[in-house]
Design a protein around this ligand. Structure first.
Ligand code: 13P
Length: 263
């Protein structure tokens, strides 16, 4: 059974209105030159302020899906500065990134809060991209697999097998984010295999075989082909290299190879 690869650009806190339009125009032109039948699912995650514009630019382009970088799990009310799922639905947002290490570290988001978000996202029919990843200290101490098991187990608390199956996980080792130092592809493959095993243990093998698990952390056009050749890696969640249209298109091309393993 094939898992459709995903190439997702996490723009983080980049791109004002004009820059978002320029980047999207470049991406849309690049995509128009590609063989649609071989393309991965392409996802862009602009800032909230650029969502409306990107939505408008891609509304006639089914090959590009919209993601939000965050959401508040409450339906509405006194949550200054927050955005609800109902608001994201205005822009046909399909995915929501949650549990990113930047939000865990800088905004003190707990595993429990991430789980609340995942449950809310799935109950509204959207799909969470649930991030997990270890620090350099954890990797050096040999506790990576245990840490990821803990993050995944808590993130999936009370999520049904049918919802888990359609969710997406992004394995993003924190030491590889924005450092230019990507995790070795084989080691990323091994670690993602371990995450898949956690899902098999929490649910069943079918769920584990269906769930898509991306790698993130200094993914570049020069690394993507080797990464996509790994059987466990179902795509990339990309920061820096998603901010330049040519480089994002090269990442999409790197995920078009027919060699990408199919379970
Ligand atoms: P970089 O690709 O810039 O390392 O960022 C990865 C990331 O955090 C994507 O969510």
């Amino acid at each position: 059974m094939a898992r459709k690869p995903i190439i997702a650009g996490n723009w983080k806190m980049n791109n004002n209105k004009a820059q978002a339009k320029e980047l999207m125009d470049g991406i849309l032109y690049g995509i128009s030159q590609l063989d649609a039948s071989k393309m991965p699912e392409v996802v862009v995650a602009p800032t909230y302020t650029a969502l409306w514009q990107v939505y408008d630019l891609i509304k006639n382009e089914p090959k590009v899906k919209l993601a939000a970088q965050n959401v508040n799990p409450n339906p509405k009310g006194a949550y200054t500065g927050e955005v609800s799922l109902d608001m994201l639905n205005d822009f046909k947002v399909k995915y929501v990134i949650i549990g990113h290490s930047e939000r865990r570290q800088m905004f003190a988001e707990s595993d429990e809060f991430i789980n609340q978000k995942a449950l809310a996202i799935l109950s509204e029919g959207l799909i969470p991209i649930i991030c997990c990843g270890e620090t350099l200290e954890q990797r050096e101490a040999g506790v990576t697999d245990e840490h990821l098991k803990n993050q995944i187990t808590k993130a999936f608390n009370n999520i049904s097998a049918s919802d888990a199956k359609k969710s997406v996980i992004a394995y993003e080792p924190i030491w590889a984010i924005g450092t230019g130092k990507s995790c070795d592809a084989k080691e990323a493959n091994r670690t993602i295999g371990q995450i898949r095993k956690v899902i098999a243990d929490l649910y069943n093998q079918e769920t584990a075989d269906n769930i898509r698990i991306l790698y993130g952390g200094s993914v570049k056009p020069s690394t993507i082909v080797e990464q996509m050749a790994q059987p466990e890696i179902d795509g990339g969640l990309i920061g820096g290299a998603s901010l330049i249209a040519e480089s994002f298109i090269d990442l999409i091309k790197g995920a078009m190879t027919d060699e990408h393993a199919v379970v």
